[in-house]
Design a binder for this molecule. Sequence first.
Ligand SMILES: [Zn+2]
Length: 344
Amino acid sequence: MTHGHTEERLFDPHWTPPEAEYGYDLIPGITDTDEEYAVITMEIPWGLVKDKVARPPKHVAFVENMRFETLKALERAVPPVDLVLGIGGGSSHDSAKYVAIKKDARLLQVPTIISGDACVTDPVGVRHEGKVTYIGHAICDRIIVDYSLLRQAPERLVRYGAGDVLSSHTALCDWRIACEKGRAEFDQGSYDQATEDLKRLHEMRSEIRDLTDDGIRAIIELYRDYARIAARLGNDRCQEGSEHFFAYNVEYVTGRTYLHGGLLATGIFVMTYLQDNEHEYVRQFMEDMGVEYGLGNIGLTRDEFFTAMTTLKSFVTEGEHYYSVIDARDIGVEQAEELYNRLK
Ligand SMILES: [Zn+2]
C-alpha cells in the first residue's frame, strides 16, 4: 500500500492529521491533475462542484447510506483510480476513505458542510447490523477547506460542526467518572490539551455563529488537534463519550440517518444534565454558537426519545462502549420524562 492506508483500524502514535488548505475557489486547482480520479459524493454537494472541475472525473459515486453492504457495493463499482475526492459531509468523507483504502489511491477531502470530524479522522465509520463500528485507517493527503463552497450550505449545517468539538465537554466528564471507578486510565497531558481546546472553542463562539473564515478554520483546526490527541492516547476518550453513545442509539432505535453534529448537540444537552456537568453553561454555549439542539430539530418523537433513553444502558453494554455516566447512574422513564420536558 503506497499511500499508507491499512484495512485494519490502527491507533498510530506517529500519525499526524492531514494538512488543511484554506481558501476560495479551490476546486479548479485540485482537479487540474493528470491523475485519474473518482468523486465520492451526494447529489447536492456534487451539484455545487461539478461545473467547477478543471478535468472531469473518471467516475462519480453517490453515497446512499453508511451500511457496510451498501459501501462495499459502491466501492466495487468504482474503477481503478489514482485519486479519490470525498465531496460533501461525513458520509461522503467516510465512504471516500473506504474507496481510497481499497483502491490504494491518494485521498483529498472536500467538505461542503461541516457536521462532524469525518473529513479529518482516519477510520471509516460504518453501520453494521444497525450499529456504528469503525474500520480501517485512511491517510488523507489534504483537507480542502473552500470557504466559498461552505458559504453555499445552509448555515446551521456548518455550525453543527462545533458539536463534534463540544462533545469533549461531556466526554471528559465520562472519562473522569470511568477513572474514579477504575474503569479507565487517566492521562493528564491529553486531558489538559482537550481542556485547552474547549477554551479555544469558547473564545471562538461568535465567529462560529457568524461563520467567518476564522470561525470555520477554528472548527477544522480543533478537529485536527483532537485527532492528534486520540492517535497519541490510543483512544478517543477526549472527544467521544455518552453524548456519542446517545447519538448512536438514536440512529439504532429509529433506523434513520442524521447530521452527526445535530444529533450530538441534543446528546450533549442530555448528558450534561445527567452528569450534572455545567448544563446551563453548555446550553448557553450552544446558543451563542447558533448550534441548534432539541427533539424537533432532529425530528425525534416523544416515543422514540423515551425508547432511546430507556435502552441506553443495554445499548452501551452490548456495544462495549466506554464506561460513562450511562453506566454510572439511573436512567429510566423518570429521567427521560425530565429531559423530554426540557427539550420539547
Ligand atoms: Zn463524532
